[in-house]
Design a protein. Sequence first.
Length: 240
Amino acid sequence: MGVREINRIDPYKAAELFTSKHFPNCHGALLAGSVVRGEATETSDLDIVIFDKNLKSAYRESIIDFGWNIEVFVHNLTSYKDFFKSDCERARPSLPKMVSEGIVIIDSGKIESMKQEANDLLEKGPEEWSAETIKIKRYFITDALDDYIGSTNRAEEIFIANTLAELVSEFVLRTNQKWIGTSKWVVRSLRNYDEKFAEHFVEAFDSFYKTGDKNKIIVMVDEILQPFGGRLFQGFSLGK
C-alpha cells in the first residue's frame, strides 16, 4: 500500500485543510469533481476551485497534499466569467459544472450568484449548430466511415474506429444541443442525453473491438446521418 493510500483522509476535510494551508485569505472555495458526485475511484483526485479577488490572472496547478492528488483552479472574482464563456463555446462546460456541483468550503457572499450563473449556462445548453456546420461534420464523418469500411488493416481500423466514435458522439450531442465531453466524459455525456442510445453506441463499438465486425457501427452511423441527408461527399467544398 502506498503512502498516498495510508494518509488519504476524508475528501472534504482534505479540501478544508488544503484551502486553509494554501489559500487562507481567499474569498471563496469549492470542492468539486468525482468525490462530490459519488463517483470517486481509488485513483480519483480532488478538484478545488478557489476565488481570490486579489489575484491578477487565473491559473491551474497540480499538488499532492493530505494524501490526495489535488487539481486546483484559481480565479479572481471576474476571470471565471471568461472561462465560463470559452467552455460553453467549445460545448465542454468544465468550470461551470464544477461551480454548479461544488460543495462550499469558503464563501464570502459571492458563491451563490456564481452558482446561479453556472446553472443558467448549463441549463441553456450549447449554441445550436448552423446548417453549414452540420454539413461539414457530415462530410468528415462520411470520410472516416469510408476509410473504415474500406480498410483491411486491423491496426488502422482500430484507430479509424476511435475517430468515428469521437466524430459521431459529437454529432449526436451537438445536433441535439447537448454538452459534449472527452475521454470518460464522452460516455457520460451520451448517457446524460439518452441512456438507451448510449448503450447502443457503446455496444456497437465494443462489438467491433471484440470481434472485428464493422456492421453495427456502419448501420448506426447511417441511421444517425439519415435525418440530416445521409452521407455527404459529392458536391462538398470547403473554402471555395
